[in-house]
Every structure is written in C-alpha cells, then in structure tokens.
Ligand binder design. Structure first.
Ligand code: CA
Ligand code: CA
Ligand code: CA
Ligand code: CA
Length: 287
C-alpha cells in the first residue's frame, strides 16, 4: 500500500519534525520574552513604590517640621524638644527611639495641649521585625504610620547662635564658608558636633572614623554646645528600601550616608536615599 500517493502529498516525517521543533522554539522564545517583561514590570513596580513612599514621607515631614515652634501668642512655650536619632546600634530611649520631637501651638491658645507635641521615630508596624522599619508620627495619641520601609533616618541641625538671621557657618579646608550641620552626639539636648569631620565642606563616608563601612560619623567638636532653641533648619536623610523579599538578581553595592550613619547593606534590596532641608520658620521669632 502506498500511504503517500503523489497526487495527494501530506507531510513527511522529517517535515513534521521540523515543524514541531520550530513551533517549540517559538513557544520558548515567547515564554522567555514574557518572563523578561514580567521581571521588568516587577522591578518597575518596586521602584515606583519606593518613589511614591519617598514623595509621601518627604512631603509630610517637611510640612510638619515647618510648624516646629509655632507660637502665635509669643508665649515662649513652644519649640524643638528633642534632637535625637535612631541609628545602627542606638536604641536611645527619650520618648522611645525618637528621631525628632517638637511642639507647636496648633490651636493658637498659648497653651501646650496634649496633642501639640509631635514625635517622629522609626518603628516596625508589621509583625515582621527586621532591619526594615516604618516611620511613625505621634502627636500624643499613639504612633501613626507615616511611611513604610524606611530603613534609616538621619537628622542634622543648622542654627543661628549669633542671631543675625543667617545660619552659622564654618571655614572649610578650601577656605570657603559652609553651613554647620550639627548633631547632639550624647543626647543631652545640645548640638555638640558638626558632621563634616574632615572639614572639606561635604558630609560623606570619608568623615567616618574607619573604613567607611557601617559605622558612625564622629564629627568635629563645636567650640560651644548649641541649644535646641537656636536651631533654624533641619536636614533630613531618608533611606527608603523595597518591601519585597530579596531579588536575587539585584545587588546593592552602594554606601549610604544617612546623617551620621554610614550604611553599606551589601544585600539584594533596592533602595533610594533622599535628602531634604526644612527651614524652621517658626523658630526664633520671640528673640
Ligand atoms: Ca495650644
Ligand atoms: Ca548666624
Ligand atoms: Ca550634646
Ligand atoms: Ca567631609
């Protein structure tokens, strides 16, 4: 019997195998492209989540901190009340891991009411403890979630001790004048060190005491400690991380300077460091 008559020709076995093989390759190519696309979209999701988080956090912090010391009746009873920090191994306990605290007379009655002390801190709202925390705001009624996945917050303060309406400066090694960004290194309520340890005008990992890996900037001692009442601007660094589990194909090689903290996570999370400065327009108006 002849299964392949010449006038009614079908596929030969070889032809069939070629068709199957080619179809297989096409399917594999499509699946590969789909997977790549999906991975790119996932990364974009993560990045846009981080950016959204950054925008919200910075906006809220900025709006809030502008109110520090708001005192329309000139009672003298409002101002910045804590200039701490939360960092590497530091669990300082004034108001519970506070980063920053101020009072403002929101209802303009000249009296400090129960809801007029605002405290920012890092806090983990979820069950999962770890290195990724959240930024919390507390106005006396308990911690409220301000922004998620804030890995670190850094704060430094500029001031006007000589009361000439300009932020006080120091002379850099290059001979230029630079605004002093100071911290309260011993949590006693006075700023005592500027973060630019080596005096080159910038705050970088070189200002750390060692190799610049996961350590604290020691800073250069101020001639005289500065009171919180003299603070006129707050500089904020926020290190925002992705919340998702680690992406094994990503590696974070960066060194982050977050206020006085030098962080080198060296892991698989995506991060973004943002920095902003808030002028405390309500500070010093009684002087
Ligand atoms: Ca009040
Ligand atoms: Ca000044
Ligand atoms: Ca101090
Ligand atoms: Ca420096």
């Amino acid at each position: 019997m002849d299964f392949h008559p010449k006038n009614k020709r079908g596929f030969t076995l070889v032809e069939l195998m070629v068709v199957v093989a080619v179809s297989g390759l096409v399917v594999i190519a499509i699946m590969g492209a789909y997977k790549t696309q999906k991975r790119i979209m996932n990364v974009q999701d993560v990045v846009s989540d981080i950016q959204q988080n950054v925008r919200t956090s910075v906006f809220t912090l900025t709006q809030d901190i502008r109110m520090a010391g708001y005192d329309p009746t000139l009672s003298g009873g409002f101002g910045i009340t804590f200039v701490g920090f939360r960092d590497l191994n530091d669990n300082n306990s004034v108001a519970g891991n506070s980063a920053f605290q101020f009072t403002a007379d929101y209802d303009r009655d000249g009296v400090l009411d129960g809801n007029e002390t605002i405290t920012f801190s890092l806090y983990e709202f979820g069950a999962a403890a770890g290195t990724i925390t959240d930024l919390a705001r507390n106005n006396g009624g308990g911690r409220q979630l301000l922004a998620e996945n804030i890995q670190a917050i850094g704060l430094a303060y500029a001031y006007d001790v000589d009361n000439n309406k300009a932020l006080d400066t120091y002379t850099t090694t290059a001979g230029t004048q630079q605004v002093i960004w100071a911290i309260d290194s011993d949590n006693d309520g006075t700023m005592d060190r500027r973060l630019d340890t080596n005096g080159d005008g910038a705050i970088t990992n070189v200002d750390g005491p060692g190799a610049g890996l996961n350590e604290l900037i020691a800073g250069a001692a101020l001639a005289t400690p500065v009171a919180m009442a003299d603070v006129r601007a707050v500089r904020i660094w926020l290190l925002v991380a992705e919340s998702a589990a680690e992406h094994s194909e990503h590696y974070d090689p960066n060194t982050y300077v977050v206020g006085r903290q030098i962080l080198t996570p060296r892991d698989n999370l995506r991060r973004r460091l943002v920095e902003t400065t808030v002028q405390c327009k309500n500070m010093g108006l009684n002087e």
